[in-house]
Write a protein of this length. Structure first.
Lengths: 302, 157
């Protein structure tokens, strides 16, 4: 009886401390319960879940979940485009890109940033959640220097770092997915749960690929990605003006009504204005002979 | 069930807990200083629990099992309260790994398998290839250095 009263008091005091404590309490209680063998893991999970807030957004996806979303987005993209098998060029892009990503605001994703070249003359680049980044030959052909390739990659890395792809998932699907996950006793999924989860997953993939290939990101997101790209380039030591040069080169070559950046991005002029303002004064930095030589060797068109 | 709550509450009031940073990526990079230019001194794997010692900006200084300190970017970590296993300096990670695994249970291997069953394998094989390409820290460092990209001042970027 004394024990009972003491514990009621304790729960009462803790109740005043609010949701954060409840979360911690649930975890601790569940952990201890499992450790002492007084609850099953399933019951422990149910206790954990009941202590957490219900409202979920795309930001609640863990890096591992984001990774699986990104894989399926990438695989879907690859039903439209094929990968350029050029190993030297691909390796070059990965060494360059991973170095840039390390200097970005979210250097660590579940499986890291990975780059592939798409065998297409369109001017295009796609960033799937988790860091699977695809750049077309057409885009690479526009680039006259390693700094310009870096600018293209930095922009895509910024989209991943800021989760712009995940943000495209309709809220209804996010809510469905987390509701299924939160279902009590859902340690292993029954057939119906798994089917519903797969539907939510498929819908999420569709939402993202529609954004990447048709609708494009919002203007704010594009502005954010350009601003972040400038920051990343500067931090690593590349010339941020390279982004302006790529945008300038892009303008005349985009095909209105086509599938390239004309469809999914704001016109280069608008982006150039924003980016130039951000870079401000300060002259461009010289690239040096090693950088020039390795760029030409890796991406020389046969 | 009621007995459980009584026991759990009492134990929770007395058992010490610690903050642990749990690795939420496949392999977290550990560096010798809080900068992307810091030398890579090790890796921590998914689910591993690290004790945070201090922070600088987005970097967390952690201690690992077997001693040693290093810096990990917070994007690799998720913070949890975990039960401190008395008598041991290191933090028991099994509970948090469970939770991480469960949190990842939704959009995970199972769902990908069903998606592939409906949509085909081909693209996924390409993605596997993308993931297989490994660039070593040494290769990365050399690329920066030879390209004249490492800041010369030594200032922390």
């Amino acid at each position: 009886m004394k024990v009972f009263c003491a514990s009621l008091l304790a729960v009462g005091l803790l109740g005043l401390a609010g949701c954060q404590t409840m979360d911690t309490m649930s975890e601790i209680g569940a952990s201890v319960g499992v450790a002492t063998g007084s609850v099953t893991p399933e019951e422990a999970e149910s206790i954990r879940r009941s202590g957490k807030a219900i409202a979920r957004t795309f930001e609640d996806f863990t890096p591992r979940q984001e990774y699986f979303i990104g894989r399926s987005v990438g695989a879907t993209l690859l039903t439209t485009y094929s990968v350029d098998a050029d190993e030297a060029a691909t390796r070059y892009l990965n060494v360059l890109g991973q170095g840039l990503a390390a200097a970005g605001p979210r250097p660590e994703t579940y499986a890291g940033y990975r780059f592939a070249i798409l065998d297409s003359r369109e001017i295009n680049a796609f960033a799937a959640p988790g860091g699977f980044i695809f750049v077309s030959r057409g885009m690479l052909d526009l680039c006259q220097s390693e700094d310009e390739v870096a600018a293209v990659l930095a922009h895509e890395i910024a989209h991943v770092a800021h989760r712009h792809g995940l943000a495209a998932i309709k809220q209804g699907r996010v809510t469905s997915a987390f509701a299924i996950l939160a279902a009590e006793g859902a340690r292993t999924f029954g057939g119906q749960d798994l089917a519903e989860l797969t539907d939510a997953f498929e819908g999420s993939i569709r939402d993202i690929t529609t954004t990447l290939m048709t609708a494009g990101y919002s203007r704010d997101q594009e502005r954010q990605a350009d601003a972040e790209a400038v920051r990343i380039l500067s931090r690593v030591g590349y010339d941020p003006h390279a982004l302006v040069r790529v945008l300038q080169a892009m303008g005349p070559k985009l095909k209105p009504g086509g599938r390239d950046f004309a469809r999914t991005h704001p016109p280069p002029d608008a982006r150039i204005r924003d980016v130039s303002r951000r870079i401000g004064s300060g002259g461009p930095r010289a690239a040096g002979s090693v950088r020039t030589a390795r760029f030409q060797q890796a991406l020389a068109t046969p | 069930m009621r007995a459980y709550w009584i026991i759990a509450t009492l134990i929770a009031l007395t058992v010490p807990t610690v903050q642990a940073d749990i690795v939420q990526v496949r392999e977290a990079v550990i560096r010798d200083r809080p900068s992307f230019l810091g030398k890579v001194v090790g890796q921590a794997t998914f689910g591993e629990a690290l004790r945070p010692r201090s922070t600088r900006g987005p970097w967390v200084q952690v201690s690992r099992d077997g001693g040693g300190l290093g810096w990990v970017h917070r994007s690799a970590l998720t913070r949890r309260e975990v039960v401190f296993v008395s008598g041991e300096e290191t933090v028991s990670s099994s509970v948090s790994s469970d939770e991480l695994a469960l949190a990842g249970k939704g959009f995970s291997q199972e769902v990908e398998a069903r998606f592939r069953a409906r949509h085909g394998d081909a693209g996924f094989k390409q993605l596997d290839r993308m993931e297989e390409l490994e660039i070593s820290p040494e290769e990365q460092h050399t690329f920066f250095k030879q390209g004249g990209l490492v800041p010369k001042t030594g200032r922390q970027p």
